[in-house]
Design a protein around this ligand. Structure first.
Ligand code: PMP
Length: 414
């Protein structure tokens, strides 16, 4: 009837930049879609326990912000972040040896943006960066499109094996990325001697250290260790801040991840470049959320909330460790983290945690297979388990189901 010509369909694949080929979907994101269903016992994401968020306190802090700052809190603000919040962070991280000024602080939309911007200002094709193997998945997604080559470094229960990094220095990596406290995904903490060795190694080879510390405050056992930023501080007290460490912090795990407020502490030239990259990325972090975070911390929110988190997450960690002992086959091993939100299970060689996941999802239990976090195709027999997001009884139920599957031979182990 109609002789209207149909328009040819747009072939988007012809238009995408070649770097998009390096942007691969993460299985974790796909998995999280399934695990948002309330009936699923999820050990998959790194989610805080939403039922612990003190919502009334957020509500009154938000009202206080709007009362005090009115339209200013809804307006654009400067790229580097609210000066008062930068000051607060500078003060919180300063020590007698480490004098951080607000020029050394940039507020970002979560630590993830800090990492992503760092990739943009530091790396191009032909560059190399050392990363713990296994490492944080979204770091790999953020940096892969830059063309940087990842050099995997070995880890054990005491974190990065710094000695094993020495031979890698021949290839002149620009930086090393590490999560020294309760690492994602291992749950391991880098020992003090290794921290010192890493700071010395970086100094000897003019290498930057990117220290990512989202979980540091969530310690349930053992003593807090100095971070690399402190260890790299100049011997001479009182000198201006200058460091080879670039520190990424966040309010995601101690206030709420939905705020999307994080920060970088670094030498001024780094902050200046990052601010240029940030301006191009999103102009600034949400003014309202920065005011809200500032109001909460000024009210002493962290002093009240961190102990609550430590108590609950500590109980959840213990519940998971006890359930693993009770229900998992003797041939499996796991880390015993002093903090954070993850632990790491190693099944015997030959086991495939991907197969286990398929069977587990049918029983309503989710986790992330460990191969995902590796750079060199290893880790098929490993899995990452989150313990912060489920109450102890559901943790026990979920681990019992996983243990049952393992014993029934889903991975032909006993
Ligand atoms: N680094 C690590 C190691 C993480 O596990 C996460 C999030 N889980 C982030 C950075 C990013 O955190 P955010 O962007 O929420 O601050």
């Amino acid at each position: 009837m109609s002789n209207m010509k149909t328009e040819p369909e747009m072939d988007w694949s012809q238009l995408f930049a070649s770097r998009t080929a390096l942007m691969t979907p993460s299985a974790l994101r796909e998995l999280l879609k399934v695990t948002s269903r309330a009936e699923v016992i999820s050990f998959a994401g790194g989610l805080p326990a939403a039922e612990l968020f003190p919502v009334p306190r957020f509500k009154s802090a938000l009202a206080a912000v709007l009362d005090q700052h009115g339209g200013k809190s809804l307006q654009y603000s400067i790229t580097e972040g609210l000066p008062e919040l930068r000051d607060w962070i500078a003060l919180r991280f300063s020590t007698p040896r480490l004098r951080i000024a607000h020029e050394n602080v940039l507020i970002t939309s979560g630590a993830q943006q800090a990492l992503s911007l760092l990739g943009r200002i530091l790396f191009e094709k032909g560059d190399r960066v050392i990363v713990e193997n296994p490492t944080y998945l979204a770091l790999l997604s953020a940096w892969r499109p830059t063309g940087v080559e990842f050099m995997p470094a070995l880890c054990d229960a005491r974190g990065l094996r710094v000695e094993k990094c020495r031979p890698l220095m021949k290839r002149k990596p620009k930086a090393i990325y590490c999560v020294p406290n309760f690492q994602n995904p291992l749950g391991a903490t880098m020992s003090l001697p290794r921290r010192k060795k890493l700071a010395a190694l970086a100094r000897a080879h003019s290498m930057a250290i990117i220290e990512d510390n989202p979980y540091g405050e969530l310690r349930y056992s053992g003593r807090a260790l100095p971070n690399l930023l402190e260890l790299d501080a100049p011997e001479r007290p009182g000198s201006d801040f200058s460091s080879r460490v670039i520190y990424a912090g966040t309010f995601s795990k101690v206030l709420a991840p939905g705020l999307r407020v994080g920060w970088v502490i670094a030498s001024k030239p780094v902050i200046e470049k990052l601010a240029l990259a940030k301006q191009a990325a999103d102009l600034q972090t949400s003014t309202l959320n920065q005011y809200l975070a500032l109001e909460l911390v000024r009210q002493g929110f962290l002093e009240d909330f961190i102990p609550v988190l430590r108590r609950h997450y500590g109980q959840r960690r213990d519940a998971m460790l006890e359930a693993l002992d009770r229900y998992f086959p003797k041939s499996a091993r796991w880390t015993k983290p002093d903090g954070g939100v993850f632990l790491w299970v190693t099944l015997p060689p030959g086991a495939d945690s991907g197969h286990l996941l398929e069977a587990a999802l049918n029983e309503g239990v989710a986790f992330v297979p460990g191969g995902e976090f590796h750079l060199n195709g290893e880790g098929k027999n490993t899995m990452r388990l989150n313990f912060s997001n489920m109450p102890p009884a559901r943790i026990e139920e979920g681990i019992k189901k996983l243990g049952g599957l393992l014993r029934r031979g889903v991975n032909s182990i006993s």
